[in-house]
Design a protein around this ligand. Structure first.
Ligand code: OKP
Ligand code: ZN
Length: 519
């Protein structure tokens, strides 16, 4: 399947504008903007974010030479088109009739041309408000050879190139919607949880609007992959906490369950304790490290679905997708082997990494965690593992949640000595210091030479306006981060972790994914 990348504006000459518009809608997600009256043409606006894409489809008629096979009816490309209005003006300037495949058809209707194409002398403007159509035969020939390339005689790189890139699979489920009505305690005050259903909804709708993504439901993977990372008693207690709390009348069901007591390592001292309560909502306090992991009726199924989302994304990559995105909610990286916390229940990324080892035939898996917070859970699960690299960039725990892990001195032990690495970042850090740390991390990934997809714990709480973070990344920075990671040349499974600036979350996710799939 074709996807249009690095394309700012294009004019495509087609045999049948209706069919072409339909094709671009179905395959690339272009939305139709306008069907100008009295013209066999369609104007469309496109997908792949970052670049702003406008597309003009102009019909050249049935007598026009047939396009080469596989070229989906495209005849010609033009570039350097500023706006849809320019396209419309240009279309009027171009005779709407058949052209031969071997000569130039039209030149800019607006001025500021500064260069000529060496082959056909069509003037190509430096200004983006200039339209030029040239070298039709060149395009056609290079198309046959496997995709258009810039006319070789042109010094200027064209804005338009086409590459064979499949849409990125986005695995998502509606099951998370029932994980709602959650509150958290902040400075002794009860506030609505930042970790809300709207987060996933915002990301999904941004990706849908952008196009270039294929949305899919997860498939069920059962408990086995979860039990490869988490203890069975954690599952038992988590699964039953809500029903026991309800049955015991500890909650009337209208509020999330947050346990009273937390079993710290310091609790027993020299004592040998005699037991645990039978009711699971009371036992839950032995399996949580904070109050930010409340449970409601839909929490258990949401957490299971998030794991399925993650594993399904990993499967897509395992069967050949270069990149897949698991829109996990709830997130996972704070969840440890037998401990929930920090909005996290099951550690989606750790489960995927372990699954790649056990089921995917991989020998070395690397996890890159770019959430604002340290992924204490992931670090704990793989602390002694020689086959799994865990790298995390995050706010210095000396000032930021989860406070007790993520310091630079933490590097793993035993077989895992050196295979955990942390980059604590100062408040206000922008792309510059961030990219320096990231480059170091990426060198370690390269040296480790994973033979599996790179697992990315992606959080956007590093964003400058995130309500619970204090780093200073901007939307465009996520695209740059994506491009840097893409440079590894590894297949990638991106799993959603944090990010709480609702109005920017979609753009940020889109930017990262766009960077990750850049050519
Ligand atoms: C999850 B993820 C108490 C503070 C709770 C929890 C932060 C969890 C972040 N109100 N903070 O890494 O984005
Ligand atoms: Zn976070």
């Amino acid at each position: 399947m074709f996807n249009v990348t690095r394309l700012n504006h294009a004019v495509l000459w087609v045999r049948d504008a209706d069919k072409a518009a339909d094709f671009y809608h179905r395959v690339f997600g272009f939305e139709e903007l306008e069907r100008p009256q009295g013209m066999r043409a369609a104007f469309m606006r496109s997908p792949s974010g970052g670049n702003h894409h406008d597309l003009g489809l102009f019909e050249v008629g049935a007598e026009a030479p047939r396009p080469p096979r596989g070229s989906v009816g495209l005849y010609h490309l033009a570039w350097e088109v500023g706006t849809i209005e320019d396209l419309a003006a240009a279309a009027k300037a171009v005779p709407a009739t058949t052209g031969s495949a071997s000569r130039c058809t039209a030149v800019t209707p607006t001025a500021t041309s500064s260069r000529s194409c060496g082959r056909c002398r069509a003037r190509r403007g430096a200004s983006t408000r200039t339209l030029a159509l040239c070298c039709r035969s060149t395009w056609t020939r290079s198309w046959r050879a496997g995709g258009p390339v810039p006319p070789s005689s042109s010094r200027e790189a064209p804005v338009a190139t086409l590459a064979r890139v499949a849409p990125v699979p986005v695995i998502r489920s509606g099951a998370h919607l029932a994980h709602t009505g959650l509150i958290e305690l902040t400075g002794g005050r009860e506030i609505p949880c930042w970790e809300s259903p709207e987060r996933a909804t915002a990301i999904e709708s941004a990706l849908r609007a952008a196009g270039g993504f294929a949305f899919e439901e997860p498939t069920e993977h059962g408990r086995e992959p979860i039990l490869a990372v988490h203890d069975a008693d954690l599952l038992e207690v988590f699964e039953g906490a809500w029903t026991d709390a309800l049955a015991a009348g500890a909650t009337d069901g209208s509020r999330a369950w947050i346990p009273d007591t937390y079993l710290l390592a310091a609790y027993p001292g020299p004592m040998t304790l005699g037991g645990h309560p039978a009711l699971r909502h009371q036992r839950l306090g032995a399996y949580l490290f904070d109050t930010a992991t409340p449970i409601v009726a839909g929490t258990w199924s949401a957490a299971l679905a998030a794991v399925d989302v993650a594993l399904t994304a990993a499967e897509r990559v395992a069967v050949g997708a270069p990149l897949a995105y698991g829109l996990c909610r709830p997130p996972g990286h704070h969840a440890a082997r037998r401990m929930l916390g920090g909005y996290c229940y099951f550690n989606n990324a750790a489960i995927v990494a372990e699954w790649l080892r056990r089921e995917g035939g991989a020998r070395r898996v690397a996890i890159l965690d770019i959430d604002y917070h340290h992924g204490n859970g992931t670090q704990q699960v793989f602390w002694e593992r020689g086959d799994i690299l865990y790298l995390s960039l995050h706010a210095d725990p000396g000032r930021a949640y989860p406070y007790f892990s993520g310091y630079a001195a933490e590097r793993g032990s035993g077989d895992g000595d050196g295979l955990t690495r942390n980059w604590p970042l100062p408040a206000g850090a922008s792309l510059d210091p961030y990219a320096t740390a990231l480059a170091e991390a990426l060198r370690l990934v390269e040296a480790f030479a994973p033979d599996a997809p790179l697992v990315i714990s992606a959080g956007f709480d590093t964003f400058e306006r995130d309500p619970i973070g204090d780093l200073a990344l901007r939307t465009a920075d996520y695209a740059e981060i994506g491009r840097m990671v893409r440079g590894l040349g590894l297949p990638m499974v991106v799993l959603q972790e944090g990010g709480y600036a609702l109005d920017a979350l979609g753009d940020n996710a889109l930017a990262l994914l766009t960077g990750l799939r850049s050519a």
